[in-house]
Design a protein around this ligand. Structure first.
Ligand code: PMP
Length: 455
């Protein structure tokens, strides 16, 4: 590990003061947040100006799939900047066409055309637009347990409480329940029953909304922010069948689950299902330069063969972002990052997290695969009462805040959301780093255990 630069608290204080004076942060009450001043990052770690190094078990916001400052990706960005730092979208540019080719080679089925965006929400916006024009229908069905992005249409189809303040009552966003056996909305006894009931529920939702009014069903292949809930076997194939029967476009959102995160290039490969549109972002270039996109099936691409696609972005397929994507995909292929993620999930993270669950009464369930895991924290394993209530704020959220603080004290930067912590390190996290993360979680879970009935 590279030695840390000497601490420089004064520089950190200056960065923080300018931030507090002028930066308006996402999803935050501006005076109630206390952002850490970050001095640098490398691989699975970042550090502050006071000499503290953190193992990033959040991968930023689940995007540094190959870690920070990979030298080959940094060099590719520098090389592209020196050669052609920018160019308008309606031109054929090497970095852009090469990125599209490499992505299309990896997406399943005939998802062979790539529309580039600057991130995940724009990918979702444009996938929905494609589905609406393709079908001539207005509505979009999506899951309550979902997050699809912060822009207007993307937040309307999102189920996460961040939708509430943003809900314009936009025509056409209809939510439904997806399978989640641990907190089954269908009172199911087992996975097969959960799958069957969830499909019946979707079929009824489609019938009662009117199949002829529904452009698309959008789902995260494995819901991420909502709790990393791999769907039961057969569910996505069942959704595919319902969509086909009613002429509905099936969109899979792989902004978080794509590009190696689950131990496959795309999570849908685990389920052998090909959507009509697949959205991606984050891991496509490990987040080094903003990039997202939609991979488009032959049939939908055909809709726009002779008629214009009514959408576009100044920076669609930005050369710096695409050069970073080309380098990232090449690095992942050369280094076997996707296979590594699968292995680290099977041999270290999965067994390690399950072992923590055995010893810590606050762990209600462990779910995931690859470098994509969630621990559901509870007050009582029998009743499954969450450690904090849904969407808890302030004092109500204190047990989770204390858990996160304890992780940071132990050198681990956790991903926490509601009553869960997600173990989502870079896909190339080493075995030793993964073990370090598990040890830090072990120590922090002791604070969560204090709130359980077993304590
Ligand atoms: N879809 C999913 C599944 C996501 O996880 C996210 C971001 N967490 C988005 C869309 C939105 O992406 P962005 O923040 O890049 O707009």
């Amino acid at each position: 590990m590279t030695p840390l630069p000497s601490p420089d608290p004064q520089a950190g204080a200056a960065v923080k003061a300018a931030d507090r004076a002028h930066v308006f942060h996402s999803w935050s009450a501006q005076e109630l947040i206390d952002p850490l001043a970050v001095a640098g990052a490398e691989g699975s770690y970042f550090w502050d100006y006071d000499g503290n190094r953190y193992l990033d078990f959040a991968s930023g916001l689940v995007f540094t799939n190959i870690g920070y400052q990979h030298p080959k990706v940094v060099a590719a960005i520098q090389e592209q900047a020196g050669h052609l730092a920018t160019f308008a979208p309606a031109f054929a540019v090497e970095a852009r066409s090469e990125a599209a080719r490499l992505i299309a080679e990896r997406t399943p089925g005939d998802l062979d055309k790539i529309f580039f965006t600057n991130g995940g929400a724009e990918a979702v916006e444009n996938a929905i637009r494609m589905a609406r024009v393709h079908t001539g229908r207005p509505k979009v069905l999506s899951a309550y347990r979902s997050y699809h992005g912060g822009t207007t249409t993307a937040i309307n189809v999102t189920g996460d409480p961040r939708r509430w303040a943003n809900d314009s009552g936009a025509a056409g966003a209809v939510h439904f329940w997806t399978p989640f056996l641990y907190r089954s909305p269908f009172y199911s006894a087992d996975e097969a029953e959960e799958c069957a009931r969830a499909l019946e529920h979707l079929e009824s939702t489609v019938r009662f909304e009117g199949p002829g009014t529904i452009a698309a069903v959008i789902l995260e292949t494995i819901p991420g922010t909502a709790g990393i809930m791999p769907p039961p076997p057969g569910y996505l194939a069942g959704v595919r069948e319902i969509c086909d029967r009613h002429g509905i476009v099936f969109i899979l959102d792989e902004v978080m689950a794509g590009f190696g995160r689950t131990g496959k290039w795309f999570a849908t490969e685990h389920f052998d299902v090909v959507p009509d549109l697949l959205t991606f972002a984050k891991g496509v270039n490990s987040g080094y330069v903003p990039l997202g996109g939609v991979a488009i099936s032959g049939a939908i691409a055909e809709t726009f063969a002779k008629r214009p696609f009514p959408g576009g972005l100044t920076y669609s397929g930005h050369p710096l972002a695409c050069a970073a994507a080309v380098a990232t995909i090449e690095v992942m292929a050369e280094e076997g990052t996707v296979e590594h993620a699968a292995r680290i999930g099977e041999s270290v993270l999965g067994p390690g997290l399950r072992e923590l669950a055995e010893r810590h009464p606050s762990v209600g369930e462990v779910r995931g695969m690859g470098a994509f895991w969630a621990l559901e924290l509870v007050r009582d394993r029998e009743t499954r009462e969450p450690l904090v209530p849904y969407n808890a704020k302030g004092e109500e959220n204190a047990p989770m805040a204390a858990f996160a603080a304890e992780c940071r004290k132990n050198g681990l930067w956790p991903f926490v959301n509601m009553n869960r912590t997600h173990a989502v390190p870079p896909c190339n996290v080493s075995e030793a780093e993964a073990e370090q993360g598990l040890a830090a979680l072990d120590a922090a879970l002791a604070t969560a255990d204090e709130h359980t009935t077993a304590a």
